[in-house]
Design a protein around this ligand. Structure first.
Ligand code: BV8
Ligand code: ZN
Length: 240
């Protein structure tokens, strides 16, 4: 199985979906979660990306998000993001599902993006619930406050929190309708995103996995393309 096989599968597809993870932003210089330099190395998810951690120490959690907002603001979309934006224009039906909260897919030109874990660039008020886009780096104060005086949180999905129903059902609809699912730059360690590859395979769709290393999905994927998303996805897009 190779790039040629993956291109053949894509060429024959009418409906395509893609699921991305932190590995797709790695070549933009953004740390992944579980890699050697991963974000989780310095912090443990349960310490920071949970409602309990935020309730315990909103300032610490915001300091971590401020660090990630600063990095994401300085980052640029890489060829992996650009290839996925190009693929969107190539297929009558194309849905990009991302676990990433850095906003780089939209900056690369992708329009139909389901940010199932939320977005760094939005805040949500813990009191009045108002969701606002706020791209200021740095933020004026940590933790930031709403006009209603309420505490603002990042508008992202933490561990133990449900994914936004609309986004998750949209993602499952895309996975259930696709002929090909591209799974790129994700360890599959986080649920429910981590189950989408198998869900597509179970219906007979083809899964093309792109990753630097093998993951639990690699043995079952229709095609496993080992390497950098910034190289492989453009090569895929060129042939599609
Ligand atoms: C839910 C947003 C239910 C925030 C993130 C106990 C209690 C509660 C829940 C659970 C539990 N046990 C399990 C669960 C489920 C839990 C979960 O999955 N836990 C895991 C750790 C076991 N899931 C949840 O809690 C989810 N919610 O289940 O709710 C519910 C229902 C109703 C009512 C109440 C509750 C919520 C999960 C969302 C968590 N939020 N992010 C933020 O980002 O700050 S998760 C976080 O991990 C990011 O979104 C990230 O994208 C995601 C997944 O990681 P990856 O993207 O895959 O990144 P990773 O570093 O792991 O891998 C990178 C890959 O890229 C590697 O494979 C690497 O080889 C590759 N790579 C690197 N460089 C490149 C490359 N590939 C190609 N090219 C390169 N250049
Ligand atoms: Zn408010």
């Amino acid at each position: 199985m190779s790039l040629a096989e993956a291109r053949r599968l894509l060429a024959a597809a009418r409906s395509v979906a893609a699921l991305t993870g932190a590995g797709v932003s790695a070549e933009s210089g953004l740390a992944t979660f579980r890699g050697s330099e991963g974000l989780w190395r310095r912090h443990r998810p349960e310490d920071l990306a949970t409602p309990e951690a935020f309730a315990r120490d909103p300032r610490l959690v915001w300091a971590w998000y401020e660090e990630r907002r600063r990095a994401a603001a300085a980052a640029r979309p890489n060829p992996a993001h650009e290839a996925l934006a190009a693929l969107e224009n190539r297929f009558p039906e194309f849905t990009l599902i991302t676990q990433n909260v850095d906003g780089l897919h939209a900056r690369a030109g992708s329009r139909r993006v389901l940010e199932i874990h939320g977005c760094l660039w939005r805040t949500r008020c813990c009191s009045c619930g108002e969701v606002r886009e706020d791209r200021r780096v740095p933020l004026p104060a940590l933790p930031p406050r709403c006009a209603c005086e309420g505490l603002l949180r990042p508008d992202v999905v933490w561990f133990g929190e449900p994914l936004p129903f609309e986004l998750l059902s949209g993602a499952f609809r895309a996975v259930d309708a696709c002929d090909v699912l591209i799974v790129a730059g994700t360890s599959g360690a986080v649920q429910p995103a981590g189950s989408m590859g198998r869900r597509a395979l179970a219906r007979g769709a083809a899964v093309i996995e792109v990753n630097l290393e093998r993951t639990p999905l690699s043995g079952e994927a229709t095609v496993f393309l080992e390497g950098r998303a910034g190289e492989i996805l453009p090569a895929l897009a060129r042939g599609a």
